[in-house]
Design a protein around this ligand. Sequence first.
Ligand SMILES: O=C(O)C[C@@H](O)[C@H](O)C(=O)CO
Length: 271
Amino acid sequence: MTQLLCKPEKREIASGVTIVHEVKNEVSPLQYVELKIIELAPGAKYTEILNDKECCIVALKGTINVKDQKNTFTKLGTRKSVFDKIPTDSVYISNQQRLEVEGVKPARVALCYSPTEKVLPTKLIKAEENEVENRGSRNNQRLVHNILPDSNSAAHRLLVVEVYTESGNWSSYPPHKHDQDNLPEESLLEETYYHEINPPQGFVFQRVYTDDRSLDETMTVENGDVVLVPEGYHPVGVPEGYTSYYLNVMAGPNRIWKFHNDPNHEWILER
Ligand SMILES: O=C(O)C[C@@H](O)[C@H](O)C(=O)CO
């Protein structure tokens, strides 16, 4: 069984630059999505050459400067914690570029990648450009910040979204999947979940399962964990007393989010 639950590792690669997660295609069941979560001290710089990958840099918390070969964006980031529950700033940078992310105030940053040969312009996605959505009813309510949805054509493959689920609620629910390249019915998108929980000693449950149950894992997810979703339905349940945050990165052959609900549970939408 492939390991779908990834624990934070906290590896300092240079003074003030800490890798918290590094999900690479070579060592994961994913082909289209890669993810890094890094922490930067003030003045510390993370650099990388994006050979054949596009990247969306999300200022999860703190303040950062971002550069590519032509552009410089300063003082990005709007939050002391993701649980400020306000949208944040992000930057889309295409392949072949050299990126630099510098910490201004202590920062946690997500670097969301997908392989591509298409070269596109760099794009600043300001906090106020996020589409904010309240989804669901009853115990299925969640707050969504659409950073890079399929309606925004800035990226070739990447889709990026933040989701808040309050105590006692469920999200990515009723369970849905997007693992068949069968448009217009369903799109094939792999996905990663980077989770944070408030207060941090909390936990949530995430199940990843297919119709035939050849994959069926229910994970206890703690603050800072990443869950990989190569295929299957992927609902999240949040225990009483805790608030869940997650950052989703999705990518696949077509940049369209067309999901298929588990027919056994779709009835909850019709009440
Ligand atoms: O609506 C939600 O609960 C969030 C999910 O849609 C989440 O972004 C996802 O599963 C994407 O496929």
